[in-house]
Design a protein around this ligand. Sequence first.
Ligand SMILES: [Zn+2]
Ligand SMILES: [Zn+2]
Length: 242
Amino acid sequence: MLSNLQNVPILFLIYHLGIQRNLYPDLLILVLADTEKKCNICGNKFENFDKLEQHKKESHQEKSKEKQHVSKSSRYKATGIAAAIAVAIILVVYFSDSTAPVGTIQGVECDPTEGTIFHVHAHLDLIVDSKSVTIPAGIGIKPNECLYWLHTHNTSGVIHIESPQQTTFTLGQFIQVWDNTPDISPKFEDITHGDKNIKVFVNGVEVKDSYENIKLAAHDEIALVSGNVLQSIPSSYEFGGL
Ligand SMILES: [Zn+2]
Ligand SMILES: [Zn+2]
């Protein structure tokens, strides 16, 4: 909603430019200008629409007759321009309309405090070229600012899912948070070198799907393997009290 408010000056500017150039047909002016009853010929203001109409009849009869003689083509032209402006306004509103707060990553928001409604944990092992890679601490945490609903507190590989709403999150969302948390290195992209054939094991069983689609369920042990698959793939993790 906040971002909508930011559009008000832009919309007003577009609208005002249109007025200056007399681009809008009367109807659009009525829609946009809302309550103001202003004579479009002399600029006088009136308390209601009837008085404005009466004033126009009395003071500008000749001019309004002239106006009626405006050729059809120029009316079409004006209507076309007004329609284009209306479309532009709609596009501005539509493309900047986002109910998600600034900084949201693939639907994962960053809140000042940890969500308590939904709090579960999954564990991630990352094996690249037969070696286990440490998952960085602080993924999804902007110190003194906010915590993403998906984050890591240490280098154990435990993914904390702490959200104010019960939603199914995916490993793809976690990795997007990882790659977009400032000051975290290495990034997932750096570690896997953009490998498109990463193999996925959930609780020791291979899942033939992209790692991005893997759902993060409570106490899942997820192993991603880039390169050779080790003889033994971890099938569970000791979460302790988590
Ligand atoms: Zn946490
Ligand atoms: Zn937690």
